[in-house]
Design a protein around this ligand. Structure first.
Ligand code: COA
Length: 251
């Protein structure tokens, strides 16, 4: 297990589980162990009636800088990718209860795409969302290539996922990626308040409403696999390896 993900069920928020990324010294970059810890939490709470809503939070000033670059580089150098990332994405995509997230600051790569699977995201006004997949010689993941065009249309999806443009908080809200923008100190309280509101609703009706709104999960799972095949191939490319090495070398 890892200390870099903290799972809590705060007494003050009955029915709410919090999954907190807690690796601020590395901008909450997500390692294989962190994915595994999040998957274990989601799998356990998915069938636990004591949990009605799950919340993702990061640290002050940083939600996540995305997948750990040294894991990418290790795979590019011939190491095993493991199944942790895919297991997490599938646990996320098939989670049956409402997911709420709170972002303050950086949200890069999976730090952005995780919110596509959430039902309500609160972001601070200094937040920035960015998926530099193509700049790293990679491709979109987490079914983002399916979900982002649905949310914001092709041109903005292309800007986010292919061009790697930064979406500042107001643009992210306007594009439908986040529900509300608040001042940084208010992010956690507003996020937990949103979770509390959902936790008080009749859980069965809420689960059915959510399932209807989310649509066909099999399509999402198929896209996760399709993207992952390209992603694995790209990770082994010379241009991706050069991009990871450049990041590791930077001064
Ligand atoms: N993987 C591993 N380590 C990461 C990381 C990542 N994705 N992002 C940041 N870190 C580490 C840095 O290596 C640094 O570690 P060090 O202090 O041991 O050198 C620490 O976090 C702080 O990062 P730093 O780059 O010094 O902070 P910054 O404020 O100048 O820049 C970022 C922050 C997030 C803009 C920059 O780190 C970055 O571009 N990270 C990569 C983001 C990315 O491309 N993710 C993959 C998306 S698919």
């Amino acid at each position: 297990m890892t200390d870099h993900v903290i799972i809590e069920r705060p007494e003050a928020h009955p029915g709410v589980e919090v999954i907190r990324l807690n690796r601020p010294e590395k901008k909450n970059a997500i390692t294989r162990a962190m994915y595994a810890a999040m998957t274990a939490a989601l799998t356990a709470s998915n069938t636990d009636p004591a949990v009605r809503v799950t919340v993702f939070l990061g640290s002050e000033g940083c939600f996540s800088a995305g997948n750990d670059m040294s894991d990418f580089l290790a795979f590019a150098m011939g190491g095993s990718m493991g199944s942790e990332v895919i297991d997490f994405l599938k646990a996320l995509a098939t989670y049956a209860k409402p997911l709420v997230s709170g972002v303050d600051g950086l949200a890069i790569g999976i730090g952005t795409t995780i919110h596509l699977h959430c039902d309500e995201t609160i972001a601070s006004d200094r937040s920035q969302f960015r998926t530099p997949f193509v700049d790293l010689a990679l491709v979109p993941e987490a079914a983002s290539s399916l979900l982002v065009p649905r949310i914001m249309g092709h041109q903005r999806a292309f800007a986010l996922l292919a061009a790697g443009d930064v979406f500042l908080a107001p643009e992210a809200r306007e594009a439908g990626l986040v529900r509300a923008v608040v001042a940084p100190p208010a992010v956690e309280a507003e996020t937990l308040a949103a979770a509390d509101r959902l936790a008080k609703k009749p859980p069965e009706a809420l689960a059915i409403a959510r399932k209807l709104l989310r649509g066909d999960t099999s399509e999402v799972l198929a896209r996760i696999d399709e993207e992952a095949a390209f992603f694995a191939e790209r990770l082994k490319s010379a241009e991706a390896r050069a991009a990871f090495e450049a990041f590791m070398r930077r001064g």
